[in-house]
Design a protein around this ligand. Structure first.
Ligand code: NAD
Length: 257
């Protein structure tokens, strides 16, 4: 069975890099983008671009209208067994880092140290003034939105545009994170994709960088991905169930002397 093969590969590895997408957090109650009922069934992505946000007050008003309804979903979500299993792998000294496309902060909330999580698309729990760079907790912005503020602005006298620390559509990817992710992917012995459709680039190049540098590639996902053909093992299943089984099997093995 593919899950046994995955458990064997994890047992034999010591520099695992996990690459996670929205699918690792659906079992925490945060919908992904592309599954039926996902975010793109309800909103038009073309409306929520960086250019629309920066270009007009109307664009920012529309963005924050959506943000006011989506942030509570992230705020009430709890890490699930898949997030916890990755922390277990880190504690066992097997996991180098997690490269994530997610913006939900759940890997850190599960217990992974901040420096073990490379966020390619930013983090929705924080915001920042684009003029003076003053940081804001997204929680505080939510209080303003709930009190009727339509477009949050930096405290006086600055008054600058506040933007969530997520990478919006049309916005440049974070160069430092991207370079670090590629470096760690290439240094991994097992590259473990969990819950990603692998269609959003340049993030989706990461498994190919890893494979190119000699890593074993494993993919755990409910649906097919374009990189399945290059994977050494594909497990078609729920991230939480599969990862929990893998760590359970590891704990049943005799520890190496
Ligand atoms: P995606 O929506 O394109 O794909 C998610 C994949 O996960 C799908 O192939 C789906 O079949 C699979 N999946 C769903 N539930 C699963 C489960 N329980 N177990 C295993 N697989 C499961 O997501 P993506 O590849 O991350 O890329 C889309 C973009 O969406 C990313 O840029 C990310 O920033 C953003 N996003 C993030 C969140 C979040 O932070 N939680 C949520 C939605 C979207």
């Amino acid at each position: 069975m593919s899950i046994d093969r995955l458990a064997d590969l994890v047992a034999a590895s010591s520099r695992i890099v996990a690459f996670t997408g929205a699918g690792v957090s659906t079992e925490s109650g945060i919908p992904d983008f592309r599954s039926p009922g996902g975010v793109w069934d309800r909103f038009n992505p073309n409306e929520f671009t960086f250019q629309n946000f920066m270009g007009s007050e109307a664009g920012r008003r529309r963005y924050w209208e959506l943000g006011r309804t989506t942030f509570p979903v992230i705020r009430r979500a709890e890490p699930n067994p898949a997030h916890h299993a990755l922390v277990t792998l880190w504690r066992l000294g097997k996991l180098d880092c997690v490269i994530t496309q997610n913006i939900d902060n759940l890997h850190q909330r599960a217990g992974l140290p901040v420096d073990r999580v490379i966020e390619l698309h930013g983090n929705a729990t924080r915001a920042r003034c684009l003029a003076c760079e003053r940081p804001y907790e997204r929680e505080r912005i939510q209080e303003w939105l709930d009190a009727g503020v339509a477009i949050p602005a930096c405290d006086p006298p600055c008054g600058g545009i506040i933007k969530p620390r997520t990478i919006m559509f049309g916005e440049a990817m974070p160069r430092v994170e991207l370079e670090e992710a590629e470096r760690r992917a290439r240094a991994s012995d097992l590259f473990l994709v969990i819950g990603s459709s692998l269609v959003v680039y340049p993030a989706a190049y990461m498994p190919l960088h890893a494979k190119d540098a000699g890593a074993t590639l494993a993919i755990v996902n409910l649906a097919e991905t374009p990189h399945d053909g290059q994977a050494d093992v594909v497990v078609r299943g729920s991230a939480a169930a599969v990862l929990a089984q893998v760590t359970e099997r590891l704990s049943e093995r005799p520890s190496p002397r």
